[in-house]
Design a protein around this ligand. Structure first.
Ligand SMILES: *Cc1c(COP(=O)(O)O)cnc(C)c1O
Length: 420
């Protein structure tokens, strides 16, 4: 198999054998990514769901610059610094009262690993034998071994199945089948598992599958009745994507553990947090060093990343972020509405700023032959979109301007014409 370009880089989720061109990006601003020759692409997937306000937001860039002149990195075991303290206090302030503790890490996957370890550490330290994890069908929680274990099994993790631990799977609560999901959760909870982990309101990598807030609230209530810890993976849904700052807000749900990453720094630099309620922290609080929460990574709470996140929170406080989200949600609804009656379009759906639909295709699913053709079609028309199989979704930064969004949906319309 020959490589199509001279770079030694092995890209993620990229089949180099297909010889697809790999654009070289030099600069980003707002929703635009500029190539070295000045050509640009509209980033309609927020560079994989991370860029919230827009690329290179001046305030976040300034915070990174300022912090880089003060303190670059600090061991976080037993030491602390101001950006982390400011950020943690602010996160506790803006989330529901029962969430009292902030544990830092550096990616969505690690925030999930931390959540699972917290849940098991809790039961272990209070002396109860509970270790099974419940998950929702079609979920995605990251690509490390533990995060894959609690996610959907498929072509993208087949080679590693022997390493994945066993979980209990609750069926996805499709419309009209909610009771079956509740019954399955109720039955699984009665077996005294450690925790239930969910993507609230929308399953991202699973195909932008949406379920209503009342279903999330009911599932949370079932877990509470059985004392099963409820973990909300808000790695994708957090920071406004679903229309509210956090998806759980729409359901009035307060989880025991929450994972946040992607938009935490506005998407500028890697950082993650796992928030938890006091009993989980308290179960680890002891003069007995054996009860310590043994988890860390070298860059835990990196000061530059924390400063970027503090700037993100400042932007949420000082700029009309919610208005931008509402305006984008309306615009997305309008664009999606224009395609909704097209016979080639199935299951048009939207939650907040996220719009998705399926292309009616003989081969659906993640390895649908449509996906690479669609990606090329969009790339050739100045649009960065990356369908999940035959599911096309648009998840732009909130600062995208109407003309840019129209260009995205224009490319989608021509893709339907060209590919069918
Ligand atoms: C992206 C994602 C993750 C993993 O985050 P990484 O930063 O890529 O490790 C976990 N959970 C959900 C819901 C995600 O969308």
């Amino acid at each position: 198999m020959t490589l199509t370009h001279p770079s030694p880089i092995w890209h993620p989720f990229t089949q180099h054998g297909l010889g697809e061109p790999i654009p070289l990006i030099a600069r980003g601003e707002g929703a635009r990514l500029y190539g070295t020759d000045g050509r640009y692409w509209i980033d309609a997937i927020s560079s994989w769901w991370v860029t919230t306000h827009g690329h290179a937001h001046p305030r976040i860039m300034a915070a990174i610059r300022d912090q880089s002149e003060k303190l670059d990195q600090l061991i976080f075991a037993g030491w602390t610094h101001e950006p982390a303290e400011t950020l943690a206090a602010e996160l506790i302030r803006i989330t529901p009262d029962p969430l009292t503790r902030v544990f830092f890490s550096d990616s969505g996957s690690t925030s999930v690993e931390v959540a699972l370890k917290m849940a098991l550490g809790y039961w272990f330290n209070i002396g109860e034998d509970r270790s099974r994890i419940l998950v929702m069908e079609h979920s995605y929680h990251g690509d490390t071994i533990g995060a894959m274990s609690v996610g959907e099994r498929g072509v993208y993790n087949r080679a590693w199945q022997p390493l994945l631990f066993d979980v209990g799977t609750i069926p996805f609560p499709h419309e009209g089948q909610e009771q079956a999901a509740f019954d399955a959760l109720e039955a699984a909870c009665a077996q005294k598992p450690a925790a239930f982990i969910v993507e609230p309101l929308i399953l991202g990598a699973g195909g932008m599958l949406i379920y209503p807030a009342w279903v999330l609230a009911e599932m949370r209530a079932i877990c509470a009745r059985h004392g099963v810890l409820f973990i909300a993976d808000e790695v994708m849904t957090g920071w406004g994507r679903t229309g509210t700052r956090f998806a759980c807000d729409q359901a009035g749900v307060i989880p025991d553990i929450v994972c946040l990453s992607k938009g935490l720094t506005g998407g500028a630099i890697p950082l993650a947090v796992t928030l938890c309620s006091e009993p989980i922290f308290a179960a680890h609080l002891s003069t007995d060093r054996a009860k310590t929460f043994y988890h860390s990574s070298s860059y835990t709470a990196n000061p530059i990343a924390c400063a970027a996140a503090v700037a993100n929170l400042d932007i949420w406080r000082d700029e009309p972020v919610q208005q931008r989200i509402d305006a984008l949600a309306d615009a997305q609804a309008a664009h999606l509405g224009m395609l909704a009656s097209d016979p080639r379009v199935a299951s048009p759906r939207r939650l907040g700023t996220i719009a998705a639909f399926d292309i009616v295709a003989p081969d659906s699913g993640y390895l649908s032959a449509l996906a690479p053709r669609l990606i090329a079609h969009y790339r050739d028309r100045g649009v960065l979109l990356r369908p999940l199989g035959n599911t096309v979704y648009v998840m732009p930064p909130y600062g995208i301007v109407p003309d840019e969004l129209a260009q995205v949906w224009g490319a989608i319309a021509t893709s339907l014409d060209d590919l069918r």
